[in-house]
Design a protein around this ligand. Structure first.
Ligand SMILES: Nc1ncnc2c1ncn2[C@@H]1O[C@H](COP(=O)(O)OP(=O)(O)O)[C@@H](O)[C@H]1O
Ligand SMILES: [Mg+2]
Length: 362
């Protein structure tokens, strides 16, 4: 009957096909009508391979819910099956909530729509939200502290300068020199703690323009034994961003990679676009991904959970403000930074939505 025809129509459904939520449709006999690509990825099965198998054969874990599925069709009532644990081929099991919704298709057939919501994704979203709140609280505290230091510091430096003008003794002048130098050092720290003060001034620009600017800026001081590999996707379209903030982000990450490799090593600058990427609770159709990867020793293990916190550093002359500032500026652009590190390979990925105002709230 119409099973083949229906499968063909479902297979061409661009909306379900492009959703990042895993979706499956079953007919009245609980046979597969359709699996979207997100569902194939989540469950580690292939729609083509499953064909029109009964659901308990295609995904044995769902077999024990068959009678509940049938009841849903009979009663026409939707329900949510919480915490369904699915084992998958060669992969970690996954915990999902399964929303089961009966519907009648255009031919009058009673079918079932199953949506699989990954609990890991929920956890990730709440972790991200928690991190944002924490960053916000840290920033406010640091800014308050920086303001308190700023004014007396200016007075201190001014007084030392006046004093230096009044004394002739070279040895005593050395002391005022120390006060002025140390005050300047503190001033730089305070400026870092205050962070960017202007809201982003966004204009249409290309991400490579900012990356290339940073590469040229940093390359001037690099030793010849540090290789920089560029792996750009030239098809990435222009997008709305604050040029100087984007430069600051890449400068901080690139600077860390240069510090990490030391005398010699490789740094890769990679750009890609990525479809359907969730940041916070917003699902974006298209994001830019900028990878800055180095083959240095990796982030010290004990620092890994807190490198985005302010004043966390392993460098004698570091302020530990590079990553929190980069993270903050990326947030101002609706994006996120992710990091993966092991000895010999550290990867920072900056995700920037190409459509910051057109994300879909889940
Ligand atoms: N690419 C990297 N490789 C190894 N460690 C890194 C890398 N990037 C950052 N780190 C670690 O994170 C810490 C914090 O970085 P950051 O916030 O930029 O501050 P700073 O550079 O002033 O130390 C660094 O001190 C270093 O320990
Ligand atoms: Mg740094």
């Amino acid at each position: 009957m119409s099973l083949r025809r229906k499968k063909a129509r479902f297979a061409a459904n661009p909306i379900l096909d492009s959703m990042s939520t895993a979706v499956m449709c079953l007919n009245e006999s609980l046979e597969l009508l359709y699996l979207n690509p997100a569902c194939e990825v989540l469950l580690g099965v292939s729609a083509r391979h499953c064909g029109t198998d009964p659901v308990h054969k295609a995904i044995p874990e769902l077999g024990r819910y068959s009678s509940l599925f049938r009841q849903a069709i009979d009663n026409g009532a939707a329900y949510t099956q919480r915490e369904v644990r699915l084992r998958r081929n060669n992969r970690q099991p996954v915990n999902v909530d399964c929303v089961v919704t009966p519907y009648t298709d255009t031919d009058g057939q009673a079918n079932l729509l199953l949506e699989f919501l990954s609990l890991e994704q929920h956890l990730r979203i709440s972790r991200e939200a928690q991190m944002r709140n924490q960053n916000q609280a840290n920033r406010e505290m640091l800014r308050g502290l920086a303001h308190e230091i700023k004014n007396p510091l200016g007075g201190l430096r001014g007084a030392a300068q006046l004093l230096a003008g009044q004394i002739a003794d070279a040895e005593l002048k050395d002391y005022t020199g120390v006060i002025i130098r140390e005050a300047d050092r503190l001033q730089r720290l305070v400026d870092d703690m205050l962070g960017p003060r202007k809201p982003p001034q966004k204009k249409q620009m290309n991400v490579h323009e900012a990356l290339e600017h940073v590469r040229q800026l940093v390359s001037v001081d690099l030793s010849g034994s540090i290789q920089i590999v560029r792996d750009y996707d030239p098809s990435i379209p222009d997008f709305e961003a604050d040029r100087s903030q984007l430069i600051q982000i890449f400068l901080n990450l690139f600077g860390n990679a240069v510090n990490a490799v030391g005398e010699s090593g490789n740094i890769v600058l990679r750009t890609r676009t990525q479809r359907l990427f969730t940041i916070g609770a917003v699902q974006h159709r298209l994001v830019i991904r900028v990878d800055i990867q180095d083959d240095g020793p990796g982030i010290p293990e004990e620092l890994r959970p807190k490198i985005f916190h302010p004043m966390v550093t392993s460098r004698a002359d570091g302020h530990g403000m590079g990553l929190p500032i980069a993270q903050y500026l990326v947030h101002l652009h609706g994006g996120i930074i992710e990091c993966a590190s092991r000895p010999g390979e550290t990867l920072f990925s900056v995700f920037l939505p190409l459509d910051p105002d057109r994300g879909e709230i889940q």
